[in-house]
Write a protein that binds this ligand. Sequence first.
Ligand code: SF4
Ligand code: SF4
Length: 327
Amino acid sequence: MLSHRCPVNCDFCCVYPPSVDRLSVGECAQWIRQAKKSGRFKYIEFTGGDPFCEYDSIVEVMRGASALEYAYGMTTSAYWAGSREETLAKMKTLKGLGLVRIGISCDPGHQANVPISNVRMLADISDELGLEVTVSGTFDDPSKNLETYLKENGFALGQNIKLKTRYILPYGKAEKKCVGGNMRKYGLMADLGNMYCQDSSYYAPSIYPNGDVYPCCSVANAASPLVMGNLRKDGFDEVMLRVFGNFFFRVIKREGFQGLVDICEKYGCSIRSYLPDMDEICDTCDLCITLMGNLEARELIERAMSAYGIDLLDDIFDALSPDSLKT
Ligand code: SF4
Ligand code: SF4
């Protein structure tokens, strides 16, 4: 996130209050070089705010990084995509610098301030250019979804374009305005056994406009205690080591929250009494930040993860020992 700038004013925006900070082109360029050198990052995503408020800076950053051949994506409300010529020109420039994916928001909240024709224009042009296009709608009622909303607006999109329906969660401005809801309201399955941290196949550390790094790209970051450090103060390698070297994140991605509870139990650090009422939480991230925001639960988790990590390493060393290699 270069900045939280955005001209749209959704009442469920998760970046609220928006930061007044801004990353410089030089900082982004330096961290992208370090990311490449670390060998851990294959893809960059620009979000915000709306990253198209930082269009010129992003072009400068990606132009400077062109030798690194990074694929990247952007997420936008399409507030700026009113003219076909301008939209085509901008998207061609971005694609020439490695853009492979565009995410576009489309729902009653965004369309209070952005003409829905902009969404269609940007989606169609991006599709024509061969980009991966995802249109996402965020609703506050489980009986509503993006497909129906598009139909109601006489809107048809190309078959390559992916549609995603989400629900408003009470983070950021939505928390202040009491918009959004929990698992019970949305009729979602509040089952510990089905709760995993995003996708286990990748990590998505997020860099905020003040340099703070979160381990993930979650709308819950507005309320999250999981700041892993600050790139302006702590250095890129040090902060990323805290993200990638943290067993808690590995466990909740691979084993899920049921796995976390079981592992803590196994090492004598039970966190069962700290689990919230599952119907009352908003989503997996709410469960995560509730546990990690409780100092006692966090200490138990960290103790269990250290013991678990040592056992895993012992297993690996045992498997690699000359005796086991002979068998
Ligand atoms: S949700 Fe997106 S488009 Fe809406 S105000 Fe926030 S950053 Fe802007
Ligand atoms: S579960 Fe925790 S670490 Fe994973 S995305 Fe949500 S807040 Fe981030």
